[in-house]
Design a protein around this ligand. Structure first.
Ligand code: ATP
Length: 932
């Protein structure tokens, strides 16, 4: 853009704020475009020759009302309840304002960590807000119909949709496939052709550049050939005719009332801006370099080379119009004269097909390019048909912008990153242009509002304009192409599309901010100027640069086989003719460099934000993992502690139970005993041996308690059940000086228990082996020797496993505070010599008889190897006993017992006889039974 153009662009006058409008504004002429009579007497005829461009511009601007860019908001419905889980972050306050609240900042976790600079809640105002349930027809009538009317009366107009991906931009422009869902573009075509019905011009002239006109070819009046290249249709596997027949099914019946003295011809072009290059979507796709055999068939992967050429923008010569209105046109863009809406819609359809074929994301619905449809209306008075200077050309440009989301939200890389960068660049530049225009307009308004004298006197408006900032239209193809609208060449309407259920709150906030900014920019919707015959356009220079890229197309049309094709797209660029040959444009390298710098800084800012977000996410994850690990460790530790505590308590309880058993406080000791049935006649018959006798040989049972002399305490001592008992016993005897000694005979084994006269001071801890012996005996009597051995083996195994368990447990279990060592001699229990020698002799004899039962060492029988593990701390045992005596479960008496020696029947018999002989009236209870 030239400096002059930039100045002109930035010189849009002040907004019509009450304070900013000088008295001069009251003398402005009414809007000429509102009156058909004004159009009938176009300004070109009466236009005085401008002395200078600047003066001319000011004059032209001052003639027309300025108005802000109109911004409409359209809220997308929640289709198919896709976002049922989320709440919309837009609240529809009234027809013009809406509140936007960050869903992450409403007291939920994470709001403290928001890195977004976007405020959590803001109210935005629009010219009108359309709720999700607005119909396409209503929307069109309120947003676009007035503009269509203006265009047909000679006024230029620009309408563009702005919003993030999936917000409904394409739906708004093109519409859907269902009845009544036609969008703005097809409805515009319908209304235009409905309105000019019977008013078609003969088409002697065609429009060129922005405002130019030239004699038309005869071919221009023929209907356009609406057939995409065969390659394209075959690639897509679609019959294009089907598409055409369906385009006109949904028609808008609106008819606008026009001045019937005028004739009209309508011309259509369709371009796209992709990767900062402009392509013609209605140009025939060339595949000349590809042999016909290479045309891809269904499901084939053969490559097809398609070529298209990128077009340049050229400044529209000012002598087209005689005005200095700047602006650029797409050089070489094809335009077709369309005779009816159906024809026009078919062309649009073909353009969309090409857009899809050449799009890098051909299989996605998302538009990554800016689609631009330009409708030109050539209007001439019936009486001046042959006078080209009486013709007026107006333009309506409809732009479907690409999604405005940033790269960080789309996880774009490689080519997509470049593509996204270019989309962002053009939208960013659009925002910058608006920003600069707004600030220029404010400065100008402030200067015009200034009142004063001398040095304080109001500056000359021309001087103020010289100091205004340059609007950077040239920095993107999009703004360069649309710049003439912003500098006073028509009305501008922006449609903001928003999907309030989408997660892109930040992105939508930027969209809203952009719209707020746009609404503060004023444009001058001047009527399109009248024409003069332009000079013949210069010939195109030979093509220069080429780029190729691969595009993969997949089709999945319903009812058809899916097909895949790989295309090679050759994109050529026409040589840029450089700055305008009319001298209207020159570049300022410093400004260019500064804008480039801004872009670089913006890119760096994006990068930094992205990195920050990544680092934050990583840090959060690390912290979470560490916390989880710690929690797990603590959980395990506490679980282990609880287990240890439980085992310790169990051990303690076991020890107490054993202690109670031994101390006789808990229950009578029951033991099994096999003996000879007296009734069998002398005990000769083994068959009469009692199978199971619950016998307690209690030598004290009938009141004959054998209490040994202190000198015989060795007996008791030596038969102490477990070494572990001894210190306990000893300590108990310290308190109880007169322990009683009980000798028990149980199933061929003898045990002598020191029982203190009072309380449970004397302790004997039975071993598992002991109890096991009892069980084993029961089994033996039934199964005989063989079974007995098996049983023993099984028991051995079980014992082994128990021992293992116990050993394992030892590591975690409660440990005795102090393992008792050997009992010192002088600590042996002392008993009073209060028992008769006869009884003592009887005991000795009994012992002898037991010895004779091949039991070498009776101590072995009562040894309690496992007792070492269960050594209760007896200091507090009395208390514990009193507390827990009641709770001791009876099943404890059935603990698994150890192995014991087995007596033969003969031995049992002999022992029994001896016992009988010794104590014929003794307390031996015999219960009859049988063996085997
Ligand atoms: N108002 C609406 N009513 C019904 N469906 C809608 C509406 N708006 C959008 N849609 C549907 O939502 C989907 C996305 O819309 P669309 O393609 O127009 O989004 P977009 O903003 O153009 O996306 P992109 O920028 O990626 O091209 C489409 O399926 C479209 O039909």
């Amino acid at each position: 853009m030239t400096r002059a153009a930039a100045k002109a662009g930035s010189s849009t006058p002040e907004p019509p704020a009450a304070t900013a409008v000088p008295k001069k504004a009251t003398s402005r002429k009414p809007l000429v475009n509102k009156n058909d009579e004004d159009i009938a007497k176009p300004p070109a005829r009466a236009k005085p020759a401008p002395k200078t461009k600047a003066v001319s511009k000011i004059t032209q601007e001052d003639k027309h009302e300025r108005e802000p860019i109109t911004a409409f908001l359209r809220i997308r419905p929640n289709l198919n309840n896709d976002y049922s889980a989320s709440q919309p972050y837009l609240t529809h306050l009234n027809d013009t304002s809406v509140r936007m609240s960050d869903p992450n900042a409403t007291g939920q976790a994470g709001s403290r960590f928001r890195i977004s600079t976007v405020p959590p809640s803001s109210v935005y105002t629009f010219s009108h807000i359309f709720p999700p349930d607005v119909t396409q027809s209503d929307f069109f009538n309120k947003t676009t119909l007035p503009m269509v009317h203006d265009v047909l009366r000679g006024q230029n107009g620009l309408l563009f949709t702005y919003g993030v991906t999936n917000s409904g931009k394409t739906f708004t422009i093109q519409g859907g496939n269902t009845e009544g869902s036609a969008g703005i573009l097809p409805r515009t075509l319908d209304v235009m052709f409905n309105s000019i019905d019977g008013l078609h011009a003969d088409g002697k002239f065609r429009p060129v550049r922005l405002h130019g006109i030239e004699p038309a070819d005869a071919s221009d009046s023929r209907p356009p050939k609406i057939t995409p290249a065969p390659a394209v249709t075959q690639v897509l596997g679609q019959n294009f005719d089907d598409g055409i027949s369906s385009v006109d099914a949904d028609r808008d019946p609106t008819v606008l009332k026009l001045d019937r003295n005028y004739e009209y011809s309508i011309w259509l072009s369709y371009a796209e801006v992709y990767n900062e290059k402009i392509y013609d979507l209605l140009d025939a796709v060339s595949n000349e370099t590809t042999p016909a055999s290479n045309i891809p068939r269904s499901n084939s992967n053969s490559s097809l080379l398609l070529t298209r050429t990128a077009l340049n923008l050229r400044p529209s010569p000012s002598d087209d119009t005689g005005s200095d209105t700047p602006g650029k046109y797409i050089s070489g863009l094809k335009q077709f004269r369309v005779h009816n809406a159906t024809e026009a819609k078919a062309l649009v359809k073909m353009g969309q097909l090409h857009r899809r074929v050449f799009g890098t994301l051909a299989n996605r619905e998302s538009s990554r390019s800016h689609g631009i449809v330009i409708l030109k209306v050539v209007r001439g008075h019936r009486g001046e048909r042959d006078d080209p200077t009486a013709l007026q050309i107006s333009r309506l440009t409809l732009v479907d912008l690409a999604g405005s989301e940033r790269t960080k939200h789309t996880h774009t890389t490689g080519d997509r990153l470049k593509e996204a960068g270019n989309i962002n660049k053009s939208l960013m530049v659009l925002g910058q242009c608006m920003e600069v225009m707004r600030s220029n307009q404010r400065r100008l308004a402030a200067s015009l509002a200034h009142e004063g004298f001398g040095s304080d006197a109001r500056m000359d408006t021309r001087d103020v304009k010289k100091g205004l900032a340059l609007v950077p239209f040239r920095h993107s193809k999009l703004t360069e192409l649309l710049m003439d609208y912003f500098v006073g060449d028509g009305r501008v309407v922006m449609i903001v599309n928003v999907n309030p259920y989408d997660t892109g709150y930040d992105e939508n906030s930027h969209v809203m901010k952009f719209s707020a900014l746009a609404r503060e920019v004023y444009v001058t919707p001047a009527p399109a100027p009248m024409q003069r015959i332009p000079p013949t356009p210069s010939k195109l220079l030979p093509r220069k640069s080429q780029t190729t890229r691969k595009v993969t197309i997949e089709t999945n049309a319903p009812g058809r086989r899916s097909s895949t094709a790989v295309l090679t797209v050759l994109e050529e660029e026409e040589p840029d003719e450089g700055p305008s040959n009319d001298g209207a444009e020159f570049a300022n390298p410093l400004v260019d460099a500064l804008f480039d710098e801004i872009e670089v800084l913006h890119a760096q800012l994006f990068e930094c934000e992205l990195k920050c977000a990544d680092i934050e996410a990583e840090t959060r994850e690390e912290v979470m993992k560490e916390m989880e690990e710690r929690m797990r460790t603590m959980e395990n530790m506490y679980a282990r502690r609880i287990m240890n505590e439980v085992e310790r308590n169990e051990t303690k309880t076991d020890a107490k139970i054993e202690f109670l058993h031994q101390s006789g406080l808990f229950s009578p000791v029951k033991r099994t005993f096999s003996t000879v049935n007296e009734d069998s006649g002398g005990g000769e018959q083994l068959s009469n041996i009692i199978e199971e006798v619950d016998v307690e040989i209690d030598l004290v049972g009938s009141g004959e308690e054998i209490v040994e002399e202190s000198e015989d305490s060795d007996v008791a001592d030596s038969r102490s059940p477990s070494p572990s008992v001894r210190p306990q016993y000893k300590s108990a005897n310290k308190a109880q000086s007169k322990p009683a000694t009980k000798v028990r005979y149980s199933m061929g084994r003898t045990e002598v228990v020191q029982t203190p006269p009072e309380g449970p001071a004397a302790v004997r801890l039975p071993s598992d082996e002991e109890d096991g012996n009892t069980t084993g005996t029961e089994g033996n009597t039934e199964d005989g020797d063989e079974g007995e051995e098996d049983e023993d083996e099984d028991e051995d195994e079980e014992e082994g496993s128990n021992d293992e368990e116990e050993d394992d447990d030892d590591s975690d279990d409660w440990q005795p505070e102090e393992a008792p060592k050997a009992k010192p001699e002088n600590m042996r229990p002392q008993t009073k010599p209060s028992v008769s020698k006869i009884k003592s002799a009887q005991v000795s004899a009994l012992r002898e008889s037991i010895k004779s039962l091949s039991i070498e060492d009776p101590d072995e029988l009562v040894a309690a190897p496992a007792a070492k593990k269960y050594r209760p701390r007896i200091e507090n045992l009395d208390e514990d006993l009193s507390d827990e005596e009641e709770d001791i479960p009876k099943k404890k008496s059935k603990r698994k017992l150890g192995k014991k020696p087995v007596l033969t029947e003969e031995q049992i018999e002999r022992a029994a006889l001896k016992v009988d002989r010794l104590q014929p009236n003794g307390n031996i209870r015999r219960l009859t039974g049988r063996l085997g």
